[in-house]
Structures are given as C-alpha cells and as structure tokens.
Design a protein around this ligand. Structure first.
Ligand SMILES: NC(=O)c1ccc[n+]([C@@H]2O[C@H](COP(=O)([O-])OP(=O)(O)OC[C@H]3O[C@@H](n4cnc5c(N)ncnc54)[C@H](OP(=O)(O)O)[C@@H]3O)[C@@H](O)[C@H]2O)c1
Length: 201
C-alpha cells in the first residue's frame, strides 16, 4: 500500500509535488493557511486521490512535506507531536526574493538543521527544494534518464522511505548524506541549488 503524503503549503511547490504523487496513485492530503475549502480548484486538478485538509491533518500523514515559506516553519512547532515523523523539508531560507534573494544568517547550521530544531524529534529529509517548480512539474522521465532529486538526512530509514517514494513518482533520488553536509549543498546558495540533473541508466 502506498504511503500517505501530507503537504503543508499549497502554492507553487506544494501543488507541483502533490501533482506527481497524485498521478502515481499516492493518497495526498494538502493544506494551506486557510479553510481547506479554499483548495477546491487544487483538488479538482489533483483528482480523487487528493483531499484538502488542515495543516494538522496533513502533518499526520506517513510522509509530511513542508512546502510553505521557511519563515512560517516555527509556527508549526506545536501543531502535532513531531517525534518520529518523517518530514521532507522543501523550503529555502530566503528572507528576500527578487531581485536580491537574500538568505537568513544561520551561523554554521544548515537550514534543515534549524527546521529540525523547530520540529522536535522529527526525522527531517531535505528534498524537492533545489529545482524551480516550472521544471519540477515537467515529466521526470527525460530521454533515457530520470530527473535527479537530491536527498539528505540524518535518519537512514526516513531517507530510504522518501527515496522510495521519489523513485515511485519517476525521479532519481541521489543521497548526499547528512543534513550538516548534504543539505548545505542543496539549500539556497548551495552548490546544487537550481541545478537540473538527469541520471542516465
Ligand atoms: N517556487 C519554487 O520554484 C520553489 C522551488 C524550491 C523550493 N521552494 C520553496 O518552497 C516553499 C514554498 O514556495 P512556493 O513558491 O510554493 O510558495 P507559494 O507559492 O507562495 O506558496 C506558499 C504556500 O504556503 C502556504 N502557507 C503559508 N503559511 C502557512 C502556514 N502557516 N500553514 C500552512 N500553509 C501555509 C500558503 O497558503 P495560503 O495560500 O493560504 O497563504 C501557500 O499555499 C518556500 O520555502 C520556497 O523557498 C520554492
């Protein structure tokens, strides 16, 4: 049976990621900051395997995907008991957008390590954050290859569960190691941010 996918944030990235999971037959629970009824058009687009819910309901799915502004993550701390939950951090720690794209000063910590601090006990996997949504929404099968999605995390089981789901929606997961090391390459201003790789074979 396919894992349930809970998505917190129903904008560009949330809808794009939801689209891939819904198409592959995963039960998708998607939420925004308002009444779930405001997501009726999104649900019509995603189809019968998707449901509009509150963030707290989305947070109880097998795999929870953070697709909201990074500045909103501290507000999720008390949403549920995060202990042991598998949480995909698709956020980027921008504090301003075009034209200057400044990022928060996090000292030596990776952005996902700070997310980890806010969601106590959650198993954070960094993924889905490196590619612009207009590219991410395209078919992940490209020529004889598959579009790469990088994954980083400190819990091996969580990383394997997320990587399996990524494979099932047609992308090629590439494990970069821990949050302290791998996710820094992925995050905004990191060496892999915005790059679009295709894995052949
Ligand atoms: N856009 C990209 O190409 C891209 C690529 C990689 C990563 N990212 C990252 O992905 C995240 C989302 O970006 P986006 O472009 O999808 O933003 P967006 O289009 O502005 O969508 C943000 C979504 O988050 C929801 N939201 C805000 N606060 C919330 C809260 N407290 N609880 C639940 N939902 C909340 C908003 O709901 P309402 O509509 O109700 O306000 C909206 O649905 C950001 O961290 C961004 O850096 C974006």
């Amino acid at each position: 049976m396919k894992k349930s996918i809970g998505i917190i944030g129903a904008g560009n990235i949330g809808k794009t990621v939801a689209g891939h999971f819904a198409k592959a037959g995963f039960p998708v629970l998607i939420s925004n900051s308002q009444d779930p009824k405001t997501l009726s058009e999104t649900i019509a687009f995603l189809g019968q395997d998707a449901k509009a819910v509150t963030p707290a309901e989305a947070a109880k799915a097998d795999i929870v995907i953070l697709a909201l502004p990074r500045s909103e993550v501290p507000n999720l701390s008390g949403l549920i008991d995060w202990n042991g939950r598998i949480v995909v951090d698709a956020t980027n720690h921008f504090i301003t957008y075009a034209p200057d794209f400044q990022v928060a000063d996090l000292g030596d910590l990776a952005s996902s390590q700070v997310v980890q601090q806010h969601l106590s006990g959650a198993h954070i996997v960094k993924a889905f954050n490196t590619i612009f949504f207009k590219i991410l929404e395209q078919d992940p099968h490209v020529g004889k290859g598959n579009r790469v999605l990088f994954v980083s995390g400190d819990d091996q089981n969580a990383k394997e569960v997320v990587s399996q789901a990524i494979t099932e929606i047609g992308f090629a997961p590439v494990d970069l190691g821990s949050l302290a090391v791998g996710s820094k390459f992925q995050q905004a201003k990191g060496a892999l941010a915005t790059l679009n790789f295709i894995k052949i074979g």
